[in-house]
Every structure is written in C-alpha cells, then in structure tokens.
Ligand binder design. Structure first.
Ligand SMILES: Cc1cc2nc3c(=O)[nH]c(=O)nc-3n(C[C@H](O)[C@H](O)[C@H](O)COP(=O)(O)OP(=O)(O)OC[C@H]3O[C@@H](n4cnc5c(N)ncnc54)[C@H](O)[C@@H]3O)c2cc1C
Ligand SMILES: *[C@@H]1O[C@H](CO)[C@@H](O)[C@H](O)[C@H]1NC(C)=O
Ligand SMILES: *[C@@H]1O[C@H](CO)[C@@H](O)[C@H](O)[C@H]1NC(C)=O
Ligand SMILES: *[C@@H]1O[C@H](CO)[C@@H](O)[C@H](O)[C@H]1NC(C)=O
Ligand SMILES: CC(=O)N[C@H]1CO[C@H](CO)[C@@H](O)[C@@H]1O
Length: 501
C-alpha cells in the first residue's frame, strides 16, 4: 500500500465530503473487482458512492450480471438464473426495487397452491397435498435437526415415517407416501442445490435466514431481474435517488478478462498483481474476488500466489456448490387453462422404473413444472441433481421429446400447442460458474467451515486487507441468493471504506 499516514489523515478530513466531492487522482487506491455479477456490481457501486474512482472490474464473459441472466425469448424475457425476489423484510433487493412502482409484483406461483399430479395423471386432492407439504416443510424447519447427528436425508425420512404412522395421516396410502417422499427429495435438492440430501448434514452451522414476506416476487419489464443491477449502480432510468451517483459501469468493466492468477504477496512495491488468461496484467492495492465457489474450486490450485491461508482453502474445499438447471419450452399456443401454475411430479415406482429404461431417463431430474409470469405460452421445468447436470450435455431434441413425454404422463387430458422453441441453462458445464449456488454438505460441517471462513479477507504483512472475497457463497445468512450476493458486495466495499478512513 502506498498511502502515507499524512494522506490517510487528509482522506479522513475528506470523507465527510466525498459523497459530494469525489477524491480523484493517483492517490486513489487502485481496486480491482473480479467478476461483474451482483456482488461485483454492488461492491463497485458502494465504493464509487464513497468517492473511490480507480476501480477496475475484470469480467471473463462479454456481459454483466453473472447468474442474473435475463434472456429474450418468446417475445418477452425469461430468467435462466435468478428469477424471484425471496422475501421483503431484510432483503436488500426488495428494499432497493420496491421504491419504484410497478417493478415488482407477486408471482403467479404465489397465487395458488402447488398441485401434485401422480404418474397416472390423477391429481392428489388439495387438502391432502396441503397436509403433506406442511408436514414436510415442518420437518425441514424443525429444531430437532440441530441436535441430530447424521444426514438431512436420514433425519427427514425418520421423521416423515414417524408422522405418517400417526392417526393424522392414516388416510394416506403407502403408495402416495412413497411417491411424495421421492418428489419432495427431488424438489428440495433443486431448491437447495445438492445431489442428494444424504450428503447434507441435518444440523447446519450457517442457517439461511429467510427474509419475512412473500417468497415469490417476480419482476415486470423488459430487463427482468437484471433491473436490480441498474438500480444498485444508480443507472435505473427514472432514478430519483439523488444520493446515488450513477456509476459509469461501461468505463469500469473490462470484458473478456478471465483472471487466472492473483499474486497477493511478494511484489516489490506491495502491489497485488492480477493476471488474465490473455496475458494482460494489472496492479492493484486491493482485489475483491467475486467469482463463484465453483470457479474457486476448479481453479484454486493455480489462481492464488502464494496459496490462500488455510481458513479460506478449507472453506473452498468444504462448502458445497450444486447445480440446478431450467428448461423453458415455448408453445405456439397458451399453456392449457387447466394446467396449474406449479405442478410437482409424483411417480409410481413401476412408472419411474419404466422411465429409467426409456430414452427419456434424464427426465427423472424434473421435479416441477412452473408457469412463468408474463409469458402464457411458456412452460418452465426445473432439472435437479446429477441427472440434471448430465442432461446439460444432451442436444435439444431429446430434451424436447422428454418434456413431451412427461406432459403425456402428467397432463394426459390436456392439449398443448406445438413446441416452437426451447431455451435452457447449462450452469455446471459453464467454466465461468461450474454450478448454480452454494449449499452445505456433511463435509462442510466436518471441516467446521462455512461462508464466514470463505469471506475472511487475506491480509499482507502490514495487516492490510489486500485480497477480499464477496459473492453469494460468502454470505452466512443469505447464501444462494441475489440479495445475499449484493449484501456481500456491500460488506467488502465497506471493509475497504473503513480501512481507508
Ligand atoms: C438457476 C438459478 C436460479 C436462481 N434463482 C434465484 C432466485 O430465484 N432468487 C435469488 O435471489 N437468487 C437465485 N439464484 C442465485 C443467484 O443468481 C446468485 O446467488 C447470484 O446471482 C450470485 O451473484 P454473485 O455476484 O455472487 O456471482 P456471479 O453472478 O457468479 O458473478 C461472478 C462473475 O464472475 C465472472 N467470472 C467467473 N470466473 C471469472 C474469472 N476467472 N475471471 C473474471 N471473471 C470471472 C462470471 O462470469 C460472473 O459474471 C439462482 C441461481 C441460479 C443459477
Ligand atoms: C488509477 O491509478 C493508476 C496508477 O496510479 C493511474 O495510472 C490511473 O490514471 C488511475 N486511474 C484513475 C481513473 O484514477
Ligand atoms: C383433467 O383432469 C383433471 C383432474 O384429473 C381435471 O381437474 C381437469 O379439469 C381435466 N382437464 C380437462 C381438459 O379435461
Ligand atoms: C438512496 O440511496 C442511498 C444510498 O445507497 C440509500 O441509503 C437509500 O436507502 C436510498 N433511498 C431510496 C429511497 O432508495
Ligand atoms: C483449497 C484447495 O487447495 N483445494 C483443492 C485445490 O485443488 C486441488 C486439485 O484439484 C485439490 O486437491 C485441493 O484439495
């Protein structure tokens, strides 16, 4: 770090003014942010608001947003990544976006209860479905998990069969109970991004704290969820918040820079040296790394020189990074009116066995069909687990046939239009992500690590935070979400703001 004490003193005097008078010139600390996803943009914006001007965002792809990936399709947009704002209170996405009228609205999936359909095409009665769902959610949220020494799968199945043995559930057939269990596991592994709940500890050190309020809030407008990036950076048209200076993102971001090496110690002048795969090299006083946990896992051996401290390494190894994918199917006619907003698939054992022997075996990955907001001709399927990950390598044709096969089974009596187009995510095979979002496995707990460990800043000999980590996986209470990513970006920007003040 090249700031002399006198300069720091000067900066202290200026900090009260910087909101209005940005500090310019070479004395500005040079800050590199790796990754232009939600966390990177939030960090850049917070620093910019506080007068930092020498900010460079290195982004490997040619677009901003990362796992916010709003994509034109079917005359409107779909979200290949983040889709819903989950909750209102204590959710920075809601807090920032709800001041603009008409941007957010309750999603159609919040309007009605999910419908369970069995592989005979018969629906489970609403009352029974609700009792089963409430019971299952109760087990997931129960305090007994905390003291259970085993996997979530073991805990859940034990509790589930215990409940089913009680008089309250004596009307539920063994068949239905088994079908529900298989579906619920499939859904849950998509929702929380792991392959099976037997690899997840029942008791988690980092427990997700759910922001209160509606968990299914959708976006209106042409830019969908990516609107939040405009809002965070003061670039949303009609921004009236005078206290937010528009951040010139196109000037700060350099695209096509896959950062392959960060030398955080040992340079002659104490600079951090960041190298991109194309051979270009950058110097900085501080670097905020926001790449996904999947990217960190894959590149850990070569990305940092010297190797990261044990606390960060253990977190990279121990935290889990799972995959969930989406398929959007565009029909030339609206989805039939009888088709519910959310449909969970319940398999009879023999039907599932037949599926596994069929050319559509991959389709076991699908737990749920959703209608999506503002797009009456589009159906969305979620693909979970290892089968869903493998399906990334299939061509579109077998995916399309598999979807039609599922609809023939679960929507027997309904007539869909012709398929006009297919769009799907491939989060695992994409080297810029290597998965969808972070979660916790038994290894996470055994290594006694977590989001805080991953987010521990790396300091040089002078105790300056030279290498900082943001991104959803570093958020101990809001991991796996956009609000978690934004909070983490603000957190690391604040760390530098405090350090320099
Ligand atoms: C299918 C899916 C559904 C989701 N649904 C929701 C939802 O409904 N609601 C919700 O709140 N959240 C949801 N999420 C989670 C949410 O999208 C993420 O938590 C959040 O967007 C992560 O932001 P980030 O900034 O931490 O990381 P990222 O968005 O991954 O940003 C990191 C950036 O770094 C870049 N990069 C990677 N490697 C390098 C490198 N070596 N050098 C330079 N740049 C690099 C990447 O291209 C990327 O732009 C979903 C995610 C997925 C995948
Ligand atoms: C950032 O710092 C570098 C090195 O001191 C300097 O060359 C460059 O002009 C600075 N950029 C801005 C925008 O201040
Ligand atoms: C299809 O069957 C379900 C229940 O089995 C019923 O609710 C729905 O109305 C039927 N739809 C049509 C188009 O017949
Ligand atoms: C305006 O921006 C400031 C700084 O980011 C923030 O604290 C405040 O909540 C914002 N106000 C509104 C109404 O969005
Ligand atoms: C943090 C860390 O070093 N983890 C892994 C890095 O990559 C090598 C090789 O892939 C693994 O063996 C390490 O455990």
């Amino acid at each position: 770090m090249k700031w002399s004490t006198s300069l720091i003193g000067l900066f202290v005097c200026l900090t009260t003014l910087v909101d209005i008078v940005p500090v310019n010139g070479a004395e500005n600390p040079r800050i590199i942010i790796v990754g232009a996803g939600a966390a990177g943009i939030a960090a850049a914006s917070r620093l910019y608001q506080k007068g930092f001007r020498n900010i460079t965002i290195l982004e490997a792809s040619q677009r901003l947003g990362g796992r916010i990936r709003t994509t034109p399709f079917g005359g409107g947009i779909v979200e290949l990544g983040a889709q819903w704002c989950h909750g209102e209170q204590g959710n920075v996405v809601y807090q920032l976006a709800s001041v603009y009228s008409g941007l957010l609205k309750s999603s159609i999936i919040a309007d009605e209860d999910a419908v369970l359909i069995r592989s005979t095409g018969v629906r489970v009665s609403e009352a029974v479905a609700e009792r089963l769902q409430t019971m299952a959610e109760g087990i997931i949220e129960s305090e007994g998990r905390d003291t259970f020494d085993g996997s979530l799968g073991e805990y859940f199945t034990q509790q589930y069969w215990k409940q089913l043995a009680t008089p309250a559930f004596k009307d539920i057939s063994r068949d239905l109970a088994e079908q529900f269990l298989v579906y619920y596991h499939n859904y849950e592994r998509g929702y929380t991004a792991y392959d099976t709940w037997y690899e997840v500890a029942a008791s988690e050190t980092d427990s997700y704290v759910e922001p209160a309020g509606n968990q299914d809030i959708a976006w209106n407008g042409r830019k969908g969820f990516s609107t939040i990036l405009d809002i965070v950076s003061g670039n949303h048209p009609g921004t009236t918040n005078q206290s937010l200076t528009p951040v010139p993102l196109s000037k700060l971001i350099t695209y096509g820079k896959f950062v392959s090496s960060i030398q955080w110690k040992g340079s002659s002048d104490g600079d951090v040296i960041v190298k991109a795969q194309d051979g270009t090299s950058y110097e900085a006083d501080n670097v905020i790394v926001t790449v996904s946990l999947g990217v960190l896992k894959e590149n850990n051996a070569t990305m940092f020189t010297p190797a990261l401290p044990a606390v960060n390494q253990r977190a990279i190894n121990g935290l889990y990074f799972g995959t969930v994918n989406k398929i959007f199917v565009l029909f030339d006619a609206p989805i039939p009116e009888d088709f519910p907003n959310t449909v969970h698939l319940l398999w009879y054992k023999s039907d599932l066995a037949a599926l596994r022997q069929s050319p559509y075996a991959w389709a076991e990955a699908v737990s749920t069909f959703f209608r999506i907001d503002n797009q009456p001709n589009i159906l969305m399927a979620w693909m979970n687990g290892a089968e869903g990950r493998r399906a990334e390598y299939l061509r579109d044709a077998p995916i399309r046939e598999g979807i039609l096969h599922l609809l023939k089974i679960f929507a027997k009596n309904m007539t869909f239009g012709n398929i006009q187009g297919l769009l799907r995510s491939k989060w695992s095979s994409d080297r810029l992500f290597r998965g969808s979002y972070s979660s916790r496995s038994i290894t996470t707990e055994n290594l006694n690590t977590g989001a805080r460990a991953l987010g521990t800043p790396v300091r040089n000999a002078a105790n300056e935070p030279v290498l900082l980590f943001a991104g959803e996986a570093t958020n101990p209470i809001h991991y796996s979400t956009v609000h978690g990513a934004i909070d983490s970006g603000f957190r690391e920007a604040n760390r530098l703001i405090n350090y320099y003040s």
